[in-house]
Design a protein around this ligand. Structure first.
Ligand SMILES: [Zn+2]
Length: 341
């Protein structure tokens, strides 16, 4: 229960969020109310704050007929019960199931749940499931696919959508961040500024500009980061040469994780011949998803291998430059170099 000052404050603001957390008893009238009661506020010195309706009744007060303070506690308990049901369920229960469990009509309960938690029951279930996915992905020896089903998803597509929203990255990228992977990196001078080149033992995992070791650690929080060895230094040299002459291409191994959609988009980018450009709409169409123009644009932006995966070859449909993670100057320069070649 909040302290009396906070209680008085909650009453003064008629704070719905505090309903069910305590009641205010009015000495002059002998009744008790919940904080949001619409009735006129009594004077501060005539109010007594008590933890719950039972305590108020034991002290001889009667429930207010206007705000029905006994129901507030009941509402809160019903929401708690629903949260427990959702948390314990393998797959998210329907609104009807949740409401029935709580003993309320679905429509009413939907509103009540949202008022108490700030989320609809469905959104709450999704957030919980995403948390479970996060935990499952962190388990040693489990695959991304196992984690997805363990978390209660029926299909990977849903898991990927939730992961993007709740984890801010794909399940495999998340797993990667938790993986004890060894990454070697170098900062190499190029004609377009210093490039960060990083690779796992399987292949390149990051090519970027204006980034340093700290950025790399943020991207791969659980990886072991080491300075370049001879192999990485050789790859970094090839990347620098590619920046000078992006049309030349480079046959370098890559090790990047992404959703099936992202992988498809990145493959489509690599299929654009040097010296040519495509629009985001054309890239979306190239992978058979002409409606996914915005998602294609996002996937281009998520490309972790600058220049090697030529996201700089994608322009807006109206011919405008569109965006580039490392500045339009660099995009223009890369395109100009390819035109010449
Ligand atoms: Zn009242």
């Amino acid at each position: 229960m909040p302290d009396p000052e906070a209680c008085w404050d909650a009453f003064a603001r008629r704070d719905r969020a505090m309903d069910g957390r305590f009641v205010g008893a009015v000495l002059t009238t002998g009744i008790y109310c919940k904080p949001s009661c619409p009735a006129r506020r009594p004077r501060r010195e005539n109010m007594l704050f008590l933890p719950d309706p039972a305590a108020a009744r034991a002290a001889g007060f009667r429930a207010c007929l206007r705000c029905r303070p006994d129901e507030a506690g009941r509402d809160r308990l019903a929401v708690e019960a629903a949260r427990a049901l959702i948390a314990g369920a393998e797959t998210p229960p329907t609104l009807d199931e949740v409401a029935t469990h709580a003993g309320y009509a679905p429509h009413h309960f939907h509103r009540l749940f949202k008022r108490e938690t700030g989320m609809t029951p469905a959104a709450y279930a999704r957030a919980l499931r995403a948390e479970r996915l996060k935990a499952a992905l962190g388990e040693e020896g489990s695959s991304v696919t196992q984690a997805i089903y363990e978390a209660g998803y029926n299909a990977p597509s849903r898991a990927y959508a939730d992961a993007e929203r709740h984890l801010g990255m794909t399940p495999s990228a998340w797993k990667d961040g938790g993986r004890d992977v060894e990454i070697r990196y170098a900062l190499v001078p190029t004609s377009l500024g210093t490039a960060l080149v990083a690779a796992t033992e399987k292949g390149l995992c990051r090519i970027s500009f204006d980034e340093d070791e700290a950025d790399l650690r943020r991207r791969f929080p659980h990886a072991q980061i080491w300075p370049a060895d001879a192999r990485l230094a050789a790859m970094a040299k090839q990347v620098a040469a590619l920046v000078d002459d992006p049309a030349a291409g480079a046959d370098l191994p890559v090790d990047v994780n992404g959703t099936a959609f992202q992988q498809a988009i990145w493959a489509a980018l690599r299929a654009i011949p040097p010296g040519e450009t495509r629009s985001y709409a054309e890239i979306a169409a190239a992978i058979g998803k002409p409606g996914a123009v915005r998602a294609a644009g996002t996937a281009c932006g998520d490309n972790g291998l600058a220049v090697l995966v030529p996201c700089h070859r994608v322009l807006r449909s109206d011919g405008g430059m569109g965006g580039y993670a490392y500045g339009l100057e660099r995009k223009r320069a890369l395109l100009a170099r390819e035109k010449k070649g």
